[in-house]
Design a protein around this ligand. Structure first.
Ligand SMILES: Nc1ncnc2c1ncn2[C@@H]1O[C@H](COP(=O)(O)OP(=O)(O)OP(=O)(O)O)[C@@H](O)[C@H]1O
Length: 398
């Protein structure tokens, strides 16, 4: 599976994983921990398993690399029967990263990262290059960290090394079991962003276990919500689960604020921004006042010579100054087209007039968003993810 002739970071593209009626009954247990799970994890996607403690997430994941042997059922990776492979060889071809990084304490960072490439017979030279490349990839300076021991790193740094180690032999599949569970929320957010950035380049097939639904929404192309014995309660995109939970249990797990969580899935560029009257800073104040007209409370923007937003002003405020550079109040905050709708909402809620200015790549004015814009986007999302039969009814007239 792993393409060992390709030491680059873009080889080892994801492959499909398929579980067919997979069950696990631990010795001495009455009930199975996992009962007859069937699911396909598409090549190159990140699938997040979420569910309450004890639902069997870890057991399900560990059966994929046979750290736990299934009692019955079939598992294939890229069409190959996993249960027919040598388990040691299998595990070297699947990246694995766990909470608290699981680094070997008596080995240096470099030795930890280079371990699997060493086991599969890479030359010393190639391993050294790979270690350097991997540490770079996860944002650790190789010169500073290669020779350190895990205990000489922060929790977040250890997690980064854990990810570097999982990726080192360029596996097509990565299994991640609550990899960011042991770090503080801020570091966790940073590590999640880094994983998303990495995955955009690498296109691995990632199976990720968490009990944090927000993490699942952020990272997953698809989410499998698991109930007892790993029963799949819903397996769908984050949008679909948020807008249309399959049953009350899923709804409970999604939790309060499902509509708000959807706001992290959409970017400002995905919605229709609106326009307000504008004037360049060296125009006469009366020009802006005229464009704003007599509508009470209407607000416009003063732009600098390069079209960047400078100040908010009403017609009255524009009329009260000799030059627009002193009209109204400064634009303190803006969101970009790449910002999430959640960021936009936050900016709207903290703005005195309830509007957020949107800027493009070079900071140029691109429009504004207000609460109506965001509400319309939520409505559109809801319609997009309506039940199939609702959609059929809606579409029947056309
Ligand atoms: N080695 C074992 N022997 C017996 N029972 C086990 C063993 N490992 C796990 N179990 C049981 O199997 C069930 C599923 O455990 P598993 O760790 O897969 O759940 P999980 O969803 O990952 O939970 P958590 O979120 O708490 O980590 C639990 O009831 C657990 O007690």
């Amino acid at each position: 599976m792993a393409d060992n002739n390709n030491p680059g970071t873009t080889g080892g593209h994801g492959v499909e994983i398929h579980l067919e009626e997979v069950s696990k009954r631990y010795p001495g247990q009455q009930a199975p921990a996992v009962e007859s799970v069937t699911m396909t994890i598409p090549a190159g996607e990140t699938v997040v398993l979420v569910g309450p403690s004890g639902s069997g997430k870890t057991t399900t994941m560990r059966m994929i690399n046979r750290l736990i042997e299934p009692t019955s059922g079939k598992i294939s990776i890229a069409g190959e029967d996993v249960l027919a492979l040598d388990p040691d060889k299998l595990r070297r071809e699947i990246g694995y990263s766990i909470q608290q990084a699981g680094l070997f304490p008596h080995m240096t960072v470099g030795e930890n990262v280079g371990m699997v490439p060493g086991l599969v017979g890479w030359s010393k030279q190639r391993i050294a290059e790979r270690v350097e490349e991997m540490l770079d990839l996860v944002g650790l300076d190789p010169a500073e960290y290669t020779k350190r021991f895990p205990r000489q790193l922060s929790g977040g740094q250890q997690q980064r090394v854990g990810v570097a180690r999982a990726l080192a032999a360029n596996p097509p599949v990565l299994l991640m079991d609550e990899p960011f569970g042991a770090v503080d929320p801020i570091t966790r957010g940073v590590l999640q962003d880094e994983l998303m950035r990495l995955q955009a380049d690498l296109g691995k097939t990632i199976v990720f276990v968490t009990h944090d639904f927000d993490e699942a929404v952020k990272l997953g192309d698809r989410i499998a919500v698991l109930g007892e014995r790993s029963k799949i309660l819903q397996y769908d995109t984050p949008e679909a689960i948020l807008t249309n939970p399959a049953d009350d249990t899923v709804a409970g797990f999604v939790g309060a604020g499902a509509a708000l969580k959807q706001l992290t899935l959409r970017r400002v560029r995905d919605i229709d921004v609106t326009e307000v009257p504008t004037a360049k800073v060296d125009e006469a104040p009366s020009a802006l006042a005229e464009r704003l007209g007599s509508r009470r409370g209407a607000i416009g923007l003063v732009l600098d010579r390069r079209n960047r937003p400078l100040r908010w002003a009403t017609a009255r405020e524009a009329g009260a100054v000799a030059a627009l550079e002193r009209a109204g109040r400064p634009v303190e905050d803006s969101v970009s087209l790449a910002s999430t709708l959640q960021d936009a909402l936050e900016a709207i809620l903290t703005d005195d007039d309830g509007v957020a200015v949107v800027t493009g790549k070079r900071g140029e004015y691109a429009g504004v968003v207000d609460i109506d814009t965001v509400m319309n986007a939520i409505k559109a999302l809801r319609e997009e993810n309506a039940e199939p039969d609702e959609a059929a009814v809606a579409g029947a007239g056309s």
